[in-house]
Write a protein that binds this ligand. Structure first.
Ligand code: COI
Length: 356
């Protein structure tokens, strides 16, 4: 067991209205912090009042973005207990990201202890209204005070919590997506497969452009030929073409290996659908649209859950998918996945983990 010191607040904050949580706007009373020092390893695990940090302006994270993060959720079930969804998968990805960014790895058991301990401390913050959850954001920053470009020798691992509703204001209603053909998010050999802030920083310009045109997010194409579909900013993507489900494969290393993505592939196959993980060109989607075989498109992610895409704009044509309505595959997937997460559907996969 991770040895965690507790410094608890005397007065807890008022909780926000569960009907208008949005995404990532409210934070709980406490946060988890653990430090790393070369030669000493990870040390001083603590749960302390949530609040600003005091950091030297020369800290490496501010200059060279040696930073990683994760995202998972805690769900309140009908009997009031709180459970996590596949935390082992997020923790595994966390260490894969750490390896890519030269951040020291964490003991997976310690990370799970830390998540459980913080969520248990903040149990009253786990909302119970349908469609709500407690978003868990673990992250690590490099804290060496120096301007040379080298891996840091000191880090802070932190976890903060935010009660959330749906990521998109649209909720489960289909979102409009712009196919980005100028900027790219990731290339083979880069950090596309890792969960690093830098990937999102470089995506902002495309996101801003898309939002100004009235779209929710950008569909990123591969960084070399601008031909193959990678992912949407906050989610992996799936297309239903002629009854078959296709999702871009992870082989190039430019796509985030989503925990929700992997779970959805398994659920869909168990439902009897054929799922192909392979290279998928935007042309193939455009052709399916033209010949009427583009049945559905949807994204998956921890924050986004299962979000149908109702319109894809490739700059030449606005492709309206399934009359901008959620399709049967996305609906069934959403119901099954969230059913398991909220404890309404039997978890025959062993994906859920009780917090206490
Ligand atoms: C998540 O789905 O947890 C994410 O991290 C996506 C996004 C909010 C950055």
């Amino acid at each position: 067991m991770l040895n965690i010191k507790y410094e608890l607040v005397e007065n807890r904050k008022a909780k926000p209205d569960e009907n208008s949580l949005g995404f990532g706007r409210y934070f709980t009373d406490h946060m988890f912090i653990m430090d790393y020092t070369d030669g000493k390893g990870w040390h001083d695990a603590r749960i302390v009042p949530y609040g600003p940090l005091s950091l030297d302006p020369a800290c490496m994270v501010f200059h060279y973005a040696q930073e990683m993060f994760e995202g998972l959720k805690a769900y309140r079930t009908a009997d009031g207990t709180v459970q996590l969804f596949r935390p082992d998968k997020n923790i595994e990805r966390m260490n894969n990201t750490n390896e890519r960014l030269c951040i020291p790895k964490l003991d997976p058991a310690d990370v799970l202890d830390a998540i459980k301990a913080l969520v248990a401390t903040e149990e009253a913050w786990v909302p119970s209204l349908e469609g709500t959850s407690l978003y868990i954001r673990p992250f690590i920053i490099a804290t060496d005070v120096q301007l040379g470009v080298h891996p840091s020798h000191t880090y802070k691992f932190m976890i903060i919590l935010s009660p959330v509703g749906s990521y998109y204001p649209e909720g489960i209603k289909p979102v409009k997506i712009f196919v980005e053909n100028e900027y790219v998010r990731a290339v083979k050999g880069g950090t596309g497969f890792a969960k690093v802030g830098g990937n999102y920083a470089c995506s902002l310009i495309g996101q801003k452009k898309a939002e100004e045109m009235g779209y929710s997010q950008v569909l990123w194409l591969d960084g070399i030929e601008h031909k193959y579909i990678d992912e949407v900013g906050a989610m992996n993507v799936f297309f239903v073409i002629n009854g078959k489900i296709i999702t871009p494969s992870l082989a190039e290393g430019s796509i985030l290996p989503g925990v929700t993505r992997a779970s959805c592939i398994e659920l869909l196959r168990d439902m009897g659908y054929e799922v192909e993980e392979r290279k998928l060109s935007i042309t193939e989607v455009e052709e399916a649209y033209k010949n009427g075989t583009l049945n559905e498109a949807f994204g998956t992610g921890t924050a986004a859950v299962v979000s149908p895409m109702g319109l894809l704009d490739n700059g030449k044509e606005k492709m309206v998918i399934n009359n901008e309505e959620i399709g049967p595959v996305a609906q069934k997937l959403y119901d099954t996945l969230t059913g398991i997460q909220w404890g309404k559907v039997e978890d025959k996969y062993g994906w859920t983990v009780k917090v206490k």
